[in-house]
Write a protein of this length. Structure first.
Length: 391
């Protein structure tokens, strides 16, 4: 539009300035405006009609401005700038009016018959899509709108993943992962539970194309497992080993066993008292695993997770890893090792992803040697790192 507006100004000056002897012809005007429509040409009849309109109706400023200029003989630079701005604005308005008139006459909607047309279209529209889905999902509580937004997320991830659009895919996956509120202290609502279910569904549907986005998915699954353990009333394994009293009992038990001269001696000497104390402590620890009746966000979130999220659908992500293609399984294992390292580097280490890594290794042992070698190189490096962990 700006190129055309400038061309119209030049045409107006050329046709109506008495100092210009050789006027621009209609054919020259059409030729000068070739390729300005995003590489394409504007319709010739449209440009010819535009030429005729400019030739018949000169674009000029208001009469009082013209008379002021004639009376003064010389226009002040600031006044000249105002006149120029006004002329430019008039030209732009006229161009817009002509475009609108053309749009009202005929509009043809073209159906894309080739799947390759989807990529450039989505590359242009993905930012507004992401903004619309995110804002509505954040602010709206209407179930119908929430379901539509999550469906939009699912389709957008599918399109960007299948066409290997890395930036777009990572943006939609990370945004959807944020709405699960698994890594934040926000209260979990029904729409957050649906976001978790959508993320799991995406992992099942387009696992072969997620590439590095597996990291976001597996990180959410790790947090999900942690909350499921809390919601089920089972104290995680690390808390048994961070309990000072329990550690002392275990040390006393081992010391008693050594004093009795038997590795498994549970009936003689100090080991009997140690065993009894250990049993009492263990019983106390199990009793302490009863879910808190308080209204803390963590407890409520854990309770919601344990009630509404299907554990089988999560386990199926790992048990069905043998159906991933040869590139996808490498991405999956690499990101699973990354999440496992994050768990081990926490203040209280967790071993969920490490256990799942062992399961995935078992499920994929029948891969061809070429693929298995690439998988095992990643897994073996991680197992060495875990074996050398200071904890």
């Amino acid at each position: 539009a700006f190129v055309l507006a400038y061309s119209v100004i030049m045409l107006n000056t050329d046709l109506h300035n008495p100092m210009v002897k050789n006027k621009m012809t209609k054919a020259e005007f059409v030729r000068n405006n070739r390729g300005i429509n995003e590489g394409g040409d504007l319709p010739q009849e449209y440009l010819e009609r535009l030429y005729d309109n400019i030739e018949a109706n000169e674009i000029k400023v208001k009469e009082d401005q013209d008379s002021w200029g004639r009376r003064s003989g010389l226009i002040h630079p600031r006044k000249r700038q105002e006149i120029f701005n006004q002329q430019s604005e008039d030209v732009v308005k006229m161009a817009q009016r002509l475009f609108k008139e053309k749009a009202r006459k005929k509009s043809v909607f073209h159906y894309a018959k080739n799947v390759e047309h989807v990529r450039p279209m989505f590359a242009i529209a993905w930012c507004p899509y992401l903004a619309a889905f995110s804002v509505l999902l954040e602010e709206v509580e209407d179930d119908r709108i929430i379901d539509l937004c999550l469906e939009g997320f699912r389709y957008s991830i599918r399109i960007s993943a299948i066409f290997y659009m890395e930036t777009e895919r990572n943006a939609f996956v990370s945004s959807l992962a944020k709405f699960t509120v698994l890594s934040s202290a926000k209260e979990m609502k029904e729409k957050n539970v649906k976001s978790i279910e959508t993320l799991i569904q995406v992992a099942h549907e387009v696992g072969n194309f997620l590439q590095d986005s597996w990291g976001q998915v597996l990180h959410c699954i790790s947090q999900l497992d942690h909350l499921q353990v809390l919601g089920a009333g089972v104290k995680p394994e690390d808390q048994f080993f961070t309990n000072t009293e329990h550690v002392k009992v275990l040390k006393g038990r081992l010391g008693g066993q050594r004093g009795a001269g038997k590795i498994g001696g549970l009936k003689t000497g100090p080991s009997t008292d140690a065993t009894r104390r250990s049993a009492e402590t263990s019983k106390k620890l199990v009793m302490d695993t009863t879910p808190s009746q308080g209204d803390s966000v963590i407890d409520l979130k854990a309770q919601i997770i344990s009630e509404k999220i299907d554990v089988v659908s999560i386990d199926r992500i790992f048990s069905a890893s043998n159906y991933l293609n040869q590139d996808a399984i490498v991405d999956f294992v690499r990101n699973l090792c990354m999440v496992s390292r994050e768990e081990l580097e926490q203040k209280i280490p967790r071993t969920f992803s490490l256990q799942k890594l062992v399961e995935v290794t078992y499920y994929n042992m029948d891969r061809i040697r070429y693929v298995w070698t690439k998988i095992w190189m990643i897994i073996s490096d991680h197992l060495i790192t875990v074996g050398l962990h200071p904890n």
